[in-house]
Design a protein around this ligand. Structure first.
Ligand code: CA
Length: 241
């Protein structure tokens, strides 16, 4: 069973009055959710999303995780629908969700919808394991704009897929974890303010998960803190430990 060390940090940023991000930093379940919507509904939606995953936070073989995680995500989506039905004044609300559920056998299931992200540091290389469900990412994939242009695009905040009480396709991926892997879950407030190479440099240089999380928040604030920012850093223990 992998022994995980984790740390999480969140900050409203320097522009937004409220923090509508939510996270769960459990033993086996790590998640970030970024809520959108008026009347504090985004805040409630992101909390519903991470709250629905907390019951999964127990050691399990990988095969049991996928149906449970899919059901939990569906439950969260239904709860958001109920919240919207109960209070039509909200209009619309939703949340991203990017979550990792680790099994007891060196595997993990990644679930992702929206523009929060999961990165992995392995053997000195940082890879983004999720694809943003955004309008600008779609343009990048169509070849209409470059990744650099996407970063400053006026419509970069348009998210094409979130949990908002309607049927939605959620991305799931099985990960084979390796000793000394490091995973980062973050809301879009981090990449909005810090370039990928800056994020990678911090993930690579700072071995301590807590200090790493703090430095990522500092990097987002140094980049203007335009949005709420939440980070969850997870280290898999080396085999020798
Ligand atoms: Ca955000």
């Amino acid at each position: 069973m992998p022994r995980l060390t984790s740390a999480a940090a969140t900050h409203p940023g320097l522009v937004r009055a409220a923090n509508e991000d939510a996270f769960h930093e459990g033993t086996y379940v790590l998640a970030v959710a970024d809520g959108v919507g008026g009347l504090s509904a985004g805040d409630r939606a992101s909390r519903l999303a991470v709250g629905a995953l907390t019951a999964l936070d127990e050691p399990r073989p990988y095969e049991q995780i996928e149906p449970l995680l899919r059901a939990a995500v569906e439950t969260a989506n239904q709860q958001i629908a109920e919240q919207l039905n109960a209070d039509p004044a909200i209009g619309s609300a939703g949340t991203t969700l990017t979550a990792l559920v680790f099994s007891d056998d060196h595997r993990a299931l990644l679930a992702h919808v929206g523009d929060s992200r999961c990165y992995r540091l392995r053997a000195g290389q940082v890879d983004q394991l999720t694809t943003d469900d955004t309008f600008v990412q779609m343009l990048v994939e169509l070849g209409a704009i470059s990744a650099e242009q996407a970063h400053d695009h006026p419509q970069r905040s348009i998210v094409t897929r979130v949990l908002r009480g309607e049927p939605v396709e959620v991305y799931y991926a099985e990960l084979l974890t390796e000793p000394s892997d490091r995973y980062l879950l973050c809301s879009d407030g981090l990449p909005a303010a810090a370039a990928d190479d800056r994020i990678a440099a911090i993930l690579t240089a700072e071995p301590d998960a807590t200090r790493c999380a703090d430095q990522l928040i500092e990097a987002a604030l140094a980049g203007g803190g335009p949005d709420n920012v939440t980070v969850v850093v997870v280290d898999c223990a080396p085999l020798s430990d």
